[in-house]
Design a protein around this ligand. Structure first.
Ligand code: COA
Length: 416
């Protein structure tokens, strides 16, 4: 089966997570992604958080599948020449170096345009161009703090809290992938390349837009009725941390199930969506609440919300999270067990859909990774192992027209 992005050649000048997550996605969909890495060391994640001595770390292999790897010291004249050749032949170059690093290497936008006016240069930076923090280097949690996620996550009496989800890194990579595909579409029409820039702060903020909504509601009316602070607590003039309350306006909470005393994940998330109120009352054995004016509407329920959750929790006391969800699903009530990574890794449905896949790696043998979260009716997405450092150096140099003698001399000079 042919892949949608076959024929698109991408120079993957990325490292750590944000850039590699983007290019891995494009590689899954068929692009020829050539990872350019520094000779000797490569992407820092190859050796970060290693669980097997001397083998590429899971961090690297879970973000760099389906790619080829060439080592290139782009600060040497020969390395620069190879990169120039690659730029002439490629469609896209993706980079997430620190601010100004590509320019310092001699690959300014003007120079790239001279080499290939059809090139799409896609960059991730911590902050957008012209931002007063544009000079800063940025990692995941820094971005979560700068993008509004940390100030609005966690408990109201605790510090700002970052999420376990890679809102700054992989999320930014996904935004960049959308930008690249859009620029490719534009190039189909006008034949011209362009720069695509995504900042980590902006990508986090894009996922926090409901919190900016809440800031404006707070400014206008002084309270937020779906937050735990309402109606009994205090509001200041900034959006507070709401614990596990639902961000979309439906009151929800994480509730204890049987076994919570020993199992840190024996919980379900329970949402009291307006339309589900009557079925909830039936499911938890409180049919009298259905027509009680103190409980009938969302507004009437809000002052009793803690008592309602306590009642549901009492009902959950003798049920495991799976038993509870199996009952609640029959009543069409939005809910889910809180799943641990161990449970997710073993989930048969996720294996079947290709969301969790087992992949073979040359050094490590089999490992689990997250496959494509995007499914197509007309394209299979196969995840293959990540390349070893420089595994395809000679192959790619040969494709660029270098002969064996020249390749050997470049190795000797440390340029590749
Ligand atoms: N050959 C020669 N030099 C290379 C090279 C290669 N193949 N690959 C990288 N380098 C050089 C760069 O040119 C740069 O040199 P310079 O500083 O002398 O100009 C140097 O390596 C360091 O690059 P840099 O990206 O600044 O790495 P860092 O380890 O200091 O910082 C980050 C890492 C992630 C903080 C930084 O890259 C960054 O802020 N990136 C943008 C935001 C981002 O993507 N964050 C990470 C999300 S997972």
């Amino acid at each position: 089966m042919s892949k949608a992005l076959e024929g698109i050649k991408i120079i993957d000048f990325t490292h750590v997570q944000a850039g590699p997550a983007c290019t891995q996605l494009l590689a899954w969909f068929g692009a020829d992604v050539i990872k350019v890495e520094r000779p000797g060391s490569g992407d820092v994640t190859r050796s970060q958080l290693r669980d097997i001595p001397d083998a590429d770390a899971l961090y690297f292999i879970m973000l760099n599948s389906n790619k080829r790897s060439i080592t290139l010291n782009t600060k040497t004249p020969e390395g620069k020449e190879v990169l120039e050749k690659l730029i002439r032949e490629s469609d896209v170059m993706v980079e997430n170096f620190g601010p100004g690093a590509l320019d310092r290497m001699g690959f300014t936008w003007e120079h790239i345009m001279e080499l290939n006016p059809k090139m799409i240069l896609a960059s991730v930076k911590g902050f957008s161009e012209g931002h007063h923090y544009e000079d800063l280097k940025v990692y995941e949690n820094v971005a979560q703090c700068a993008g509004g996620a940390a100030s609005t996550s966690g408990w109201w009496d605790g510090p700002p809290t970052v999420s376990g989800a890679a809102l700054g890194d992989s999320n930014t990579g996904m935004h960049l992938a959308i930008g690249i595909l859009t620029a490719l579409r534009a190039r189909d029409k006008d034949g011209k390349g362009q720069k695509v820039a995504v900042s980590m702060q902006d990508s986090v903020l894009n996922l926090c837009r409901v919190k900016l909504r809440d800031q404006q509601r707070l400014d206008r009316i002084g309270y937020l009725e779906e937050y735990p602070q309402y109606p009994h607590g205090e509001f200041s003039d900034v959006v507070p941390r709401g614990g596990n309350a639902g961000g979309g306006g439906q009151p929800g909470w994480v509730l204890k199930c049987k076994g919570w005393e020993t199992d840190p994940n024996a919980y379900i998330y329970f949402t009291i969506q307006g339309h589900a109120w009557a079925p909830i009352c039936d499911a938890i054995g409180k049919p009298e609440w259905k027509n009680d004016p103190d409980y009938m509407t969302a507004e009437a329920r809000q002052p009793h919300i803690k008592e309602i959750f306590a009642t549901i929790e009492a009902w959950l006391g003798d049920k495991t999270k799976y038993e509870a969800v199996n009952i609640l699903r029959k009543f069409d009530i939005p809910c889910s067990p809180v799943l641990s990574m161990k449970e997710i890794a073993a989930d048969a449905s996720l294996r079947e859909s290709g969301t969790i896949v087992e992949v073979e790696h040359k050094q490590r043998g089999k490992y689990l990774t997250v496959g494509s979260p995007i499914k197509f009716s007309d394209m299979d997405v196969e995840v293959t192992g990540s390349p070893l450092l420089g595994e395809h150096t000679d192959e790619i140099l040969t494709e660029l027209g270098y002969d064996n003698e020249k390749i050997a001399s470049m190795h000797k000079a440390g340029a590749v």
